[in-house]
Design a protein around this ligand. Structure first.
Ligand code: GLN
Ligand code: ZN
Length: 766
């Protein structure tokens, strides 16, 4: 008899109840007891759902008031000493770790593997001590037991915990803390055992990463130690194949192993070969990273034989925690029925597991209706005219090297662009957005609700654009932007106008803390029925004699921040989007826009987890960008923008995008980030951000001049632009104007030094 379970489910609640309760608590509108009541309701509903679907036990410990890694910091009693907390503390303290307080900045946050979820980064020092901290996990186990469920607690494994943590002082290796950490894990396991827990899921997703020999060999040591607790451990790996870590994982002294059979589909045979005789194998057969229905018949065909062999040692599961997909299609009343029938959110994925389990154990005829409905939905999707557009396919097939390169090399283009725009040395610009004021948001909301006519909405946005252009003109910026007033979100804005995209009403997934995002769904071939930005940009250009920079989101970023098709490679979808963006670039050029920025803030985060897969990704990603950018004349200047990246390991691929100008975030790293560009001899022009837009602080001119001087030591001064780190949409107008005035002054001061001959620069001073 096959079993079924989940590695974790969304903790946000079907209608983002946790978010609203958290935020009310932070505002002081509700007390801790009220927040805890909401949390408990979400957990109970999640367990009830798993139980009702006939899953074997319920998963406990996937809930967190902010983040599971932070929960482990609390559980392991290792909150950063700078907060001055004891080993055990309350919920208000917990939130301070996540959000900071008057005395301490918040713990750092970073992306969880290649997902869009952000975890809080544990801070480790050579003297970090671990001990049993807060009791919340044990409380939740008891809570599940009291409600009559059989809990399977989930822990983040000790190696993943250490690996994802940050060394907060130099000259020590966080792996050295393992021996101090393991006894606390053993205590946790012992306590769970005493509570009557049979299985503990222990997540070690770093097994899907490139690990050094040192980390790989630590697994054996760690799991021998944990094994002595006498608890049945299910070691879970996910987000990719195990590859050279496969033997490490399969030889550990644990009672079961979970593998990702979606991303690691190709190595299943090897996993089975090496699976020790008595071990449980949990197979992640339902995609936990995407929203499409599972091909149930294919899973049954593929695993029937294995089920015969393993019997109740075969567990069925989603590939990873379901926290990366939205909660339930039941909350999507307005999604069109045809598309909805192709989808499965977390709730529906649990139903799929239930159907699979019944089919394995009771025969396919026991769920004949479910299987038939599943097969029909899949067939309908495969055949749908809404998915396949012959014109898009034909166009993609006709793409050649003519389309993925500019007409001339950078040097020629640069000369033409300089002659055309006659910009001063150290030209100033911004990254695109200006403050999204409450007035803008309310006009957009009223327009969407039909309270504002299209004409009135257009007029309102034009007023905002005119204001932004006038302010920039007055500040003396050199290359202006229209300010993106009309855009709700840099991906959604384009997705809403492109064919092949759908938008859900309630498809929220947690991004971090109380923040959720609603990624668009790319379901079909992508094309651009009509111009998307030309009218706004042309209007903005009509208001000024300065060049107006057109503003677009790039193909890789649109892809990366959406749920994508699983019926064709990501690269194909990216190239389709690239052609759509290319159409927009060409139309902007025809409308007289000479400078066009194609933002790619997600370029680096699209990197595969394994380095061996990078080259392939970077090849199609840079090609997608070039296809989007290469339909224009040499005299048209293409910019791109990336934020908060570590660039150094992908500089050749950034150069391969061949943008005439790249703007990047550098101010917080004090221009250190730029050194890589200098060492690499990055050939094109660069705008290193000179001030941090995440802070309301207005930087002074001297600060920015110093940063620019520093930049000019590693980048040829004639290739330097002057701009903030990123868009200004989250800022207010007063601080924005003050900061930009100082920034323009910094550029002018540099121009004077330059004119005084301090730097040999061939760009003219205007
Ligand atoms: N053009 C966008 C803006 O200014 C870029 C945002 C981003 O890089 N994430 O808002
Ligand atoms: Zn940015």
């Amino acid at each position: 008899m096959a079993l079924a379970h989940v590695l974790g489910v969304p903790r946000i609640g079907p209608n983002r109840e946790l978010k609203f309760a958290q935020e009310s608590f932070w505002r002081g509108d509700i007390d801790e007891a009220a927040l805890r009541t909401v949390a408990s309701g979400i957990r109970q509903a999640n367990w009830q759902r798993q139980h009702a679907a006939g899953l074997d036990g319920v998963t406990v410990g996937d809930f967190a008031f902010y983040d599971p890694m932070l929960n482990h910091v609390a559980l392991l009693g290792c909150a950063p000493a700078r907060f001055g907390l004891g080993a055990s503390f309350g919920l208000a303290d917990y939130f301070q770790l996540a959000r900071g307080n008057a005395a301490c900045h918040a713990m750092e946050m970073t992306k969880w593997f290649d997902t869009n979820y952000h975890y809080l980064v544990p801070e480790l020092k050579p003297d970090t001590q671990f001990s049993l901290g807060v009791d919340w996990l044990f409380d939740e186990v008891a809570e599940a037991q009291t409600a009559g469920f059989k809990p399977k607690p989930v822990l983040i494994g000790p190696l993943t915990f250490l690996h994802l943590a940050k060394e907060k002082s130099a000259g020590f290796n966080r792996l050295d803390l393992l021996d101090r950490l393991l006894p606390v894990y053993a205590q946790i396991l012992a306590r769970l055992k005493a509570m009557g827990v049979e299985w503990v899921q222990i997540d070690e997703p770093i097994l899907a990463l490139d690990l050094s020999a040192e980390w790989r060999s630590a697994f054996e040591r760690a799991y021998h130690a944990l094994n002595s607790a006498g608890m049945k451990l299910l070691l879970a790996s996910y987000f990719g194949p195990l590859r050279e870590n496969l033997l490490v994982a399969l030889k550990l002294p644990v009672a079961g192993v979970h593998v990702d059979c979606v991303r690691g589909a190709d190595e299943l045979a090897q996993v089975i070969d090496w699976l020790p005789a008595t071990r449980v194998l949990s197979v992640g057969v339902v995609d936990g990273r995407n929203i499409w229905k599972t091909d149930l018949a294919a899973v049954l065909d593929r695993f029937d034989g294995l089920h015969q062999r393993l019997g109740d040692r075969l567990w069925l599961a989603p590939s990873c925690s379901l926290q990366h997909v939205p909660v339930s299609l039941a909350n999507e009343p307005r999604l069109d029925p045809e598309l909805k029938n192709w989808l499965a959110y977390a709730d529906e994925k649990i139903s799929e597991l239930s159907t699979l389990k019944t089919a394995f154990n009771g025969g396919r005829q026991a769920v004949a209706a479910e299987l038939a409905a599943n097969a029909a939905a899949l067939a309908a999707r495969r055949a749908s005219a809404r998915v396949h557009d012959a014109a898009v396919a034909a166009r993609l097939a006709a793409v050649t090297t003519v389309h993925d390169a500019r007409n001339s090399g950078f040097a020629l283009r640069q000369a033409e662009q300089r002659a055309r725009f006659r910009l001063p040395a150290f030209p100033t610009t911004t990254i695109g957005s200006f403050p999204q004021t409450p007035a803008i948001r309310s006009a957009r909301a009223r327009f969407k609700q039909g309270e504002l006519s299209a004409a009135d909405y257009t007029a309102a946005m034009q007023r905002e654009i005119a204001h932004a252009v006038a302010r920039q003109d007055a500040l003396g910026l050199d290359v202006l932007v229209h300010g993106e007033a009309e855009r709700n979100d840099m991906v959604e804005y384009f997705g809403e106008q492109l064919a092949g995209f759908a938008f859900s009403q309630n498809g929220w997934v947690q991004s971090y803390g109380s923040r959720c995002v609603k990624p668009p769904i790319i379901f079909g071939d992508v094309s651009r029925p009509a111009a998307m930005t030309v009218a706004w940009t042309r209007y903005a250009q009509s208001l000024t004699a300065k060049p107006m920079k057109g503003m677009l989101t790039g193909p890789v970023t649109i892809l990366q921040w959406s749920f994508v098709r699983d019926d064709q490679p990501r690269a194909t979808t990216a190239l389709q989007i690239a052609l759509a963006i290319r159409d927009e670039v060409v139309d902007l050029e025809s409308a007289g826009i000479g400078i066009i920025q194609i933002d790619e803030p997600a370029y680096r985060e699209g990197l595969p987890l394994r380095q061996a897969d990078w080259a392939h990704y970077l090849d199609w990603a840079s090609r997608a960008f070039r296809i989007s950018a290469s339909g224009v004349a040499d005299a048209t200047q293409i910019h791109t923008h990336m934020c908060y990246s570590e660039f150094n390991d992908i500089l050749p691929a950034i150069a391969a995008m061949d943008a005439d100008v790249i703007t990047i975030e550098t101010s917080r790293s004090d221009m250190e980030l730029l050194r890589g560009f200098g060492d690499f001899n990055y050939p094109n022009e660069i705008g290193p951000g000179v001030y941090d837009i995440h802070s309301p602080r207005v930087p002074d001119t001297a600060d920015m001049t110093r940063l620019l001087e520093k930049a000019a030591q590693v980048i040829a001064p004639q290739n330097l632009w002057v701009n903030p780190d990123c868009g200004l949409k989250t800022r207010g107008w007063a601080e924005t104007e003050a900061a930009l005035a100082n920034m323009v002054a910094a550029a002018r001061s540099l121009r004077q030094q330059h004119a005084a001959g301090e730097w040999k620069c061939n760009r003219e001073i205007v």
